[in-house]
Design a protein around this ligand. Sequence first.
Ligand code: ADP
Ligand code: MG
Length: 332
Amino acid sequence: MAADLPGEFEIIKRYFSPLSGRVTGAFGLTDDAAVLDFETGQDLVVTTDCLISDVHFLAEDPPDAIAHKAFAVNGSDLAAMGAKPQAYTLALALPKGTTEEWLADFVKGISLFFDRFGAGLVGGDTVATAGPLTATVTALGTVGAGQALTRSAAKPGDGIFVSGTIGDGAMGLRAARGGLGELPADDRTYLIERYRRPSPRLDLGQQLVGIASAAIDISDGLLADLEHVCRCSGSGATIDLGRIPLSNAANTCVSSGHTDLEALVAGGDDYELLFTVPPEKAKKMPDLSEELGLPISPIGEIQKAGEGPSIISIRDENGGEVANRQIGYRHF
Ligand code: ADP
Ligand code: MG
């Protein structure tokens, strides 16, 4: 039989305290708050994301994957600012009936995340809720003073680059919901894994400080997020669909007619970085890609803000203009 949860203090002691080990000012989560001491000459970068069951993940997703995602989406925001993660907090609202097995698996996901991407847990809150499970993570990172990458400094003529492959998150969500049954099993597994356990591009983000003019992580979808950069920078952009990097699995989805390139650039949940680089620095990209073992692909160029209604013009594989569609996930 599934075990009921122990009390709040026992949960903290048993499950969360061990995750604070690397950060001395966390006091093993036994004090009222953590005291963090950062190097001088560094700016503090702070971001929060709230994940709600059946909005941001599926209630039946493996608990360790839910934890991974809660931390990864915050880590991805730090990456997009060029910051190095230093610490995280976690506010967890657990519905009645949550079992200790569920919590233990969830905590394992946090632990594996820290092993892979660094930092530790320095605080949080643990409460019961009559609503759905929510996990709110705050990430704290550091970047050289005044050096954080923003969305607002892309300039006409800058190249637009993306890391990794695009569209796996959107296809992975379809597969996780039971779709794409005709795909080879390996491809489905790969896509679901990409959706459930995205890799925040933290090393790349830190390397882009001093190189990229603007950066954003791709959470709403490549087009929607590029549009954010353009609006903040007061510019337009042109991208080439033929240069969008796809995984083998996403390619299979396209060639078998399950999706097309336009849908993949509109789909969310990739957690890759999109960034702009001035022409004189763009030649560093192949070496950086090699060093990180991560594809970095040029997909277009920042333009002067256009006259027309569409900020982004999209060229198809033959160089023809694609009619622009409304894009990205909207909560409201
Ligand atoms: P308070 O009564 O001040 O809210 P709590 O009893 O909720 O404090 O928490 C005790 C300590 O445990 C605090 O340091 C808090 O940051 C930490 N803590 C509580 N829940 C979590 C959690 N889910 N993850 C990490 N730390 C937590
Ligand atoms: Mg509390």
